[in-house]
Unconditional design. Structure first.
Length: 325
């Protein structure tokens, strides 16, 4: 059962550019008011990229206004604070009854029955691949492999980080910011990851995005960056404690390698939540990163780092071509 977040009502997105209104300049829009028009009503499904009955999620590729789009639909957890209302106001249909056992189809009123919907439009081929269910392979990337294979690849192929700059420049999601340290060198913005609907703490998911530009990933970090990392660890976790009453001992704080977006950010999730990408093959605990850099300034420049790649990832092909797989 999901404990509720004691917060103001979550913010919803305005009409998306691919749905009609709004510009296409890469600026973000965030709005605290009600949704006006459904950007997904005109969505034409092409194929389901991935679905999970267990997670109650579906990733769909299709078209919106002739533009490529990916939508992610996710049934949200049942919340403790609205449970009573839900049981009182729902209609029920008996499915079966046997002795002391009975099952029903319960139809909750719309406001207690929402589906979290994420829209990516226009979506690139890389977005479609990101969400397509794929076989994965582990790569062992040495420091030299990074310079010779990965760096040239990510310099030309990685996802745009415009959404990150929009957050840092307060052009998007400004009203969602939980904490900010504006210092250009060690500062960061802490806000909810867009995977989290902020309605229950069980699946709390925040990201701390550093103000400093040019740190692509873990690979770029040296001991010079320790003040930045320690600042996130200290002030970021203090802010989570203050805002959500969750102590550091209940949080998983980590960096991804490889990330999808090459602007340094730290993931902060509830320890009780098995967030996608929190496994040992991709997640590096911030506290370990700090200790490793304390012990060896060039730790992440030189060591071999293991990470998974999907079968159709062009980077995997580059490693294959180089005889590394
Ligand atoms: P990552 O490790 O680069 O990639 O993390 P991943 O998506 O493969 O984990 C980037 C994180 O930023 C992810 O947890 C995303 O869910 C989150 N994220 C991505 N976008 C495009 C947005 C966004 O526009 N707003 C917010 N708040 N979070 C985002």
């Amino acid at each position: 059962m999901a404990a509720a977040v004691e917060e103001s009502a979550p913010k919803r997105l305005k009409q998306d550019t691919c749905g009609g209104a709004g510009g296409d300049d890469g600026d973000g829009e965030t709005n605290g008011g009600p949704a006006i028009l459904s950007p997904v009503s005109g969505f034409k499904t092409e194929r389901v990229l991935r679905d999970s009955a267990r997670d109650k999620t579906v990733f769909v590729h299709g078209k919106m206004d002739e533009q490529e789009a990916v939508i992610i639909l996710e049934k949200t957890p049942i919340r403790q604070d609205t449970l009573e209302e839900m049981l009182k106001t729902s209609t029920v249909k008996l499915e079966m009854k046997n002795d002391i056992y009975s099952t029903y189809q319960l139809q909750a009123p719309p406001h207690l029955n929402e589906i979290k919907t994420t829209v990516i439009c226009p979506a690139t081929e890389k977005h479609v691949k990101k969400y397509l269910h794929q076989e994965t392979f582990l790569i062992e990337e040495s420091g030299d492999d990074y310079s010779a294979i990965t760096l040239p690849y990510i310099s030309s192929q990685s996802f745009s980080v415009q959404w990150v700059y929009n957050i840092l420049e307060k052009k998007a999601e400004a009203d969602r910011i939980v904490f900010e340290d504006p210092d250009p060198n060690v500062g960061f913005v802490l806000l909810p990851d867009f995977k989290w609907n902020q309605k229950q703490l069980d699946d709390l998911y925040l990201i701390a995005i550093v103000h400093r530009r040019g740190i692509k990933s873990l690979r770029d970090l040296t001991s010079d960056d320790l003040p930045l990392l320690r600042n996130i660890q200290k002030k970021g976790l203090e802010a989570v404690q203050k805002h959500y009453s969750i102590p550091p001992s209940k949080l998983r704080v980590y960096l991804h390698y490889q990330p999808s977006y090459y602007h340094l950010h730290v993931h902060i999730t509830s320890l009780d939540y098995e967030a996608p990408g929190c496994g040992v093959e991709r997640a590096h605990l911030l506290s370990d990163v700090i200790q490793n850099l304390q012990a060896d300034s060039r730790y992440y420049r030189s060591r071999t780092i293991t990470f998974p790649l999907r079968a159709d990832d062009a980077l995997l092909l580059k490693f294959r071509e180089a005889g590394k797989l």
